[in-house]
Design a protein around this ligand. Structure first.
Ligand SMILES: NC(=O)c1ccc[n+]([C@@H]2O[C@H](COP(=O)([O-])OP(=O)(O)OC[C@H]3O[C@@H](n4cnc5c(N)ncnc54)[C@H](OP(=O)(O)O)[C@@H]3O)[C@@H](O)[C@H]2O)c1
Length: 298
């Protein structure tokens, strides 16, 4: 279908698969950029050498080495991989867009709420500054800078909260312990947990592709602000299991490294002011409904 092609970096992952399904349902052709090219994916080298495939109306980047891969120690080499897999892939797509004669209308990059300094008192929306004080907010600055493209291509940066869905991310990591009644709040449980259901995040990406007035930074979070303890209660209720066993902060710091563990032990109060101003409608705007949808073992 001419003029309905979307190129997705990292489209083979948890969010990417769901986005691909939604795009195809909405009559787009989807081509991924992957480290393992096949009939539905081109390689990063091919993107660099041959440029943007013709007829791409939108480009999305979802590529990134999983930070919470518990089989990998938090070594300088792994940290570099976490950075490069986001910054270099975003830069490669931005460069291909800049060089293309036949330009896409929009470049959507999914980053994270790590842009905002963790705090129990600060309140953040899209107008809040990024501080670059810790590893993740420094990464976010480099990642988002790598995305720069010139108008008329619209740049949309979606700073996503924790993405809730059965097939990946946090829920996939915690569903088995919760099933056996071994779940509980992480650290104090009082840290904020910015979240979004995967169906809403993929709908927001489609909304950004299709609405020509959408541009700039959007906070990809649900409007309901919750803490880690609220999430734990809601998920345990949805699983019909108790969740009384807290995981102490020192244990997470010891097992995962303090710098990485802060993704779980610290949080930010983030609201999606611009997303709501654009009139985006959430399907899952409260955590109980989102947990109910994800809380099944198979
Ligand atoms: N899941 C969340 O809760 C969440 C929250 C906020 C932000 N995000 C961001 O959203 C993006 C997608 O998340 P996801 O949960 O869908 O991740 P995912 O399931 O791990 O998928 C990411 C994709 O990135 C590619 N990738 C992995 N390591 C790479 C590397 N070293 N170099 C280049 N590409 C690599 C892989 O594609 P190939 O194997 O095909 O190359 C993989 O399928 C990530 O950038 C993540 O930081 C996710």
């Amino acid at each position: 279908m001419a003029g309905r092609n979307v190129l997705v970096g990292g489209g083979t992952g948890f969010i990417g698969k769901r986005l691909g399904e939604l795009l195809r349902k909405s009559n787009y052709n989807v081509l991924n950029v992957s480290r393992m090219p096949n009939v539905t994916s081109i390689s990063w080298t091919s993107l660099e050498q041959s440029g943007l495939p013709r007829g791409s109306v939108a480009v999305v980047n979802l590529a990134g080495q999983q930070t919470m891969d518990f089989t990998k120690s938090w070594t300088p080499g792994f940290k570099q991989n976490v950075i490069n897999s986001r910054v270099f892939t975003t830069k490669a797509l931005a460069t291909a867009i800049q060089k293309a004669n036949d330009k896409p209308k929009v470049f959507v990059v999914i980053t994270g709420v790590g842009a905002y300094e963790p705090s129990e008192t600060n309140r953040y929306d899209e107008s809040s500054p990024t501080t670059g004080k810790d590893f993740f907010s420094r990464l976010l600055i480099d990642w988002e800078n790598a995305a720069r493209v010139d108008p008329p291509v619209r740049l949309v940066i979606i700073r996503s909260g924790v993405v809730l869905g059965r097939e990946g991310g946090m829920i996939k990591n915690m569903i088995v312990p919760f099933f056996f009644g071994l779940g509980g709040p992480l650290g104090s449980g009082q840290q904020y947990l910015p979240w979004i259901h995967v169906e809403d995040l993929t709908s927001l990406i489609l909304f950004a592709i299709e609405n020509e007035n959408v541009k700039g930074v959007l906070n990809g979070v649900a409007p309901q602000v919750i803490t880690n303890a609220d999430f734990t209660k809601s998920f345990a209720r949805a699983m019909s299991r108790p969740a009384f066993i807290p995981v102490p902060e020192f244990a997470l710091n010891y097992l995962l490294h303090e710098e990485r563990a802060m993704l779980m032990t610290k949080g930010q109060h983030v609201t999606p002011t611009r997303v709501l101003e654009y009139g985006f409608k959430y399907k899952y705007d409260n955590i109980d409904a989102a947990c109910k949808e994800c809380a099944h073992l198979l």
